[in-house]
Design a protein around this ligand. Structure first.
Ligand SMILES: Cc1ncc(COP(=O)(O)O)c(C=O)c1O
Length: 374
């Protein structure tokens, strides 16, 4: 039996998303920058997709830029805010995805930007008093970059509260919404957020396509120079079938949001209950209540030689899950997120992440295999 419990790393492409994409891999092949009918067809498809994504987040179509994925979007925002919007200070957290963390490091090391890290608790929740103190403490133009949900431990951010604080202190607000877009309602006006990012492969869309929302008052400049596509912000012939697939996947996800959420949350809660019933001294990294992703469960096993090999033993039995961030590595050691939670580093952390395609039978199988191995 094969069990795929690594949906925070990536999700399988939905069949009807592929169906929506196929015409743009075959008959609609025109370069969208050309003026004749082939080009007009693909241009229309791109602009339709842009409108759909914009509507889903309560933004204007002109505020959505298509990119190769969230890594590019996050790099573009952080470096662009410094290069083009006068940002001299970045406030972030110690548990951001590496594409945010290393972009911030780059700005510190090469663009003379001051950086500050907001305090977090042992579940990865940010300390709002500390954030306010940091915001108050400098008159330098500041960008706050805090992820909406952590991909390793699932802890959710109260983004509206962060947005309100950023507004109060006139700071720009960027949130990496990779794990929440198409899983939770996102309203950029309510969140008072200036930049968000998304990647289609996290919600049953294709890989290699993502988007950046950029509030119109804070327009960056070109990140990739060339032919002037994406209104000059990101040159290069567009990934038309990817863009069409992303919009189709996002629409489908939002049409089924409540049902999918209830189903996946049911699986997660069943997994928690089975772990607690079958194993001693089980703990969880990150929140496991409503302030967490319903797709992610990061389990902390007590240290033992057997637990240290668990991830690899499960793989032998066809079970795909992840230690730390699967985007970075498959290893259970070395997660900067788990280290930042100040927990016992000898415990073994494994992330299980679920989708609508998983079943209770798969949970039972995984529990039986963990029992066998430990
Ligand atoms: C929270 C978060 N941000 C950014 C990324 C990077 O996304 P991508 O690999 O699609 O560029 C990931 C993904 O793996 C993620 O989980």
């Amino acid at each position: 039996m094969k069990v795929y419990f690594d949906n925070a790393a990536t999700t399988p492409l939905d069949e009807d998303v592929l169906t929506a994409m196929m015409p743009y891999l075959k008959e609609h092949f025109g370069n969208p920058s050309t003026q004749y009918s082939y080009g007009r067809d693909t241009r229309a498809a791109i602009e339709e997709a842009r409108k759909e994504i914009a509507q889903l987040i309560n933004a204007q179509a002109s505020e959505v830029i298509f990119t190769s994925g969230a890594t590019e979007s996050n790099n573009m925002v952080i470096k662009g805010a410094v290069n083009y919007l006068g940002v001299e200070r970045i406030i972030t957290s110690p548990i951001e995805h590496h594409c945010v963390e290393y972009s911030v490091d780059f700005c510190r090391d090469h663009l003379q930007v001051e950086t500050a890290f907001v305090k977090i608790d042992d579940k990865g929740n940010i300390d709002f008093d500390d954030l306010e103190t940091l915001l108050q403490s400098s008159s330098k133009k500041t960008l706050v970059s805090l992820m909406h949900a952590n991909n390793e431990i699932g802890t959710l951010l109260d983004a509206e509260r962060v947005g309100a604080l950023c507004k109060k202190y006139n700071a720009l607000f960027h949130s990496d919404t990779v794990q929440t877009f198409a899983h939770f309602p996102i309203d950029v006006q309510k969140m008072n957020v200036d930049f968000i990012s998304g990647a289609a492969h996290k919600f049953h869309g294709p890989k290699g396509i993502g988007f950046l929302y950029m509030r119109k008052q804070h327009k960056l400049q070109a990140y990739i120079h060339g032919g002037g596509q994406e209104r000059g912000f990101r040159a290069g012939t567009e990934n038309v079938y990817g863009i069409v697939g992303m919009a189709a996947a996002a629409k489908k996800a939002y049409d089924n949001l409540e049902n999918d959420k209830a189903y996946i949350l049911g699986l997660k809660n069943y997994f928690i209950q089975q772990l607690q019933a079958n194993f001693q001294d089980i703990d969880f990294n990150g929140n496991i209540d409503e302030n967490s992703l319903f797709t992610v469960l990061n389990v902390s096993f007590p240290p033992s030689d057997k637990a240290a090999l668990l991830l690899f033993m499960l793989d032998i039995d066809g079970i795909c899950c992840s230690g730390g961030s699967a985007c970075g590595s498959g290893a259970s050691a070395g997660s900067h997120v788990i280290s930042a939670l100040a927990k016992d580093e000898n415990r073994v952390s494994i992330r299980f992440s679920f989708s609508k395609h998983n079943t209770k039978e798969e949970v039972d199988y995984v529990i039986s295999k963990i029992k066998e191995k430990l």
